[in-house]
Design a protein around this ligand. Structure first.
Ligand SMILES: Nc1ncnc2c1ncn2[C@@H]1O[C@H](COP(=O)(O)OP(=O)(O)O)[C@@H](O)[C@H]1O
Ligand SMILES: [Mg+2]
Length: 295
């Protein structure tokens, strides 16, 4: 039954042999995994674009044919039940999955039009341009100052100490942390409170002039006050960067994002304006999730 075999390659119609048992044109590829994302996956000002992205961990098809833009001056929230592929998706955007041996990625991701999986892509540079903030704040075992100065030093962004001081101060200011730490720049970053540590990690990300900031549940380990500060900060950072945030809090997604993408079992089910997704979801799975019937 060759004609029924799943194939990604459409055979040319001319070579197809009509099967009298089938009532459909035999050249039509049968894709039983086929689905279409509901809503507009493009951004007004795209910085990164994922197209036909598939990710496998050995046999586990963790991301299935996902198309999605990350846009400048906006926050996109990635939501969905645990294990649906949110972390996998954002890890692809700065090639963090390169370190996972079983991971295999197909499709295309571009940054400002350039294929990030292309041979000419410098992965160290890529990770500066596409920074990542993790669930658990992970400052280096260095001073507050050296945490922020680390990236600019590696990338040679400052000519002298005065310039480096400026970058450190500006980054800490943008991260809303300067006034709290300016008297303790030489003290260990790990000695700060959880919320301060997370803002320090954001300052460290900003210090190398990224285009995109990825955040994977950045507030899960924080109390409500520290969370509110980070959420305010994310809203300010939107003026300058493209931001993608994974969150399991729908309230947080509604508060901080302009676009929301709903993932389910590796598929991008629905994407659109956050207001629309939460007030008028079009897909049944999205509706079930946001009304708390699932997940
Ligand atoms: N490092 C890994 N190795 C193997 N499988 C993984 C790895 N990370 C995630 N997975 C699998 O990929 C799927 C998606 O996981 P993940 O991206 O972590 O989802 P989410 O962030 O939405 O909870 C799950 O089935 C998970 O078990
Ligand atoms: Mg995750």
């Amino acid at each position: 039954m060759a004609l029924k075999e799943k194939s990604n390659i459409a055979s040319p119609a001319t070579s197809a042999v009509a099967d009298p048992m089938l009532d459909v044109p035999p050249a039509t590829p049968v894709a039983d995994e086929g689905y279409e994302t509901v809503g507009d996956y493009t951004a007004a000002k795209p910085v990164m674009q994922a197209r036909h992205l598939d990710v496998f961990y050995a046999d586990n098809h963790a991301i299935q044919d996902v198309n999605l833009d990350i846009g400048r001056n906006e926050v996109i929230a990635l939501i969905g039940p645990s294990g649906c592929g949110k972390s996998t998706f954002i890890r692809c955007l700065n090639r963090m999955n390169d370190t996972i041996e079983s991971a295999r990625i197909t499709g295309e991701i571009t940054l400002e039009g350039e294929n990030i999986y292309g041979r000419q892509m410098d992965v160290v540079m890529l990770r500066a341009r596409v920074g990542m903030v993790f669930q658990k704040p992970n400052p280096f075992a260095k001073s507050v100052y050296d945490n922020v100065a680390y990236g600019p030093r590696i990338h040679g962004l400052a000519r002298d100490r005065t310039e480096l001081d400026e970058i450190v101060q500006t980054s800490l200011e943008r991260a809303g942390l300067w006034t709290e730490v300016k008297e303790r720049l030489e003290q260990p970053g790990t000695g700060l409170s959880g919320g301060q540590q997370q803002r320090l990690c954001i300052a460290r990300t900003i210090a190398v002039n990224p285009d995109v900031i990825l955040m994977d549940e950045p507030c899960s380990a924080l109390d409500p006050i520290a969370t509110a500060r980070i959420e305010d900060l994310i809203d300010e950072l939107r003026q300058k960067y493209a931001i993608a945030i994974v969150t399991h809090s729908m309230q947080q997604a509604a508060r901080v994002s302009q676009r929301t993408a709903y993932f389910h079992l590796g598929k991008l089910i629905e994407v659109g304006d956050t207001d629309d997704i939460f007030t008028n979801p079009r897909h049944k799975l999205t509706e079930d999730y946001i009304t708390g019937r699932f997940g």
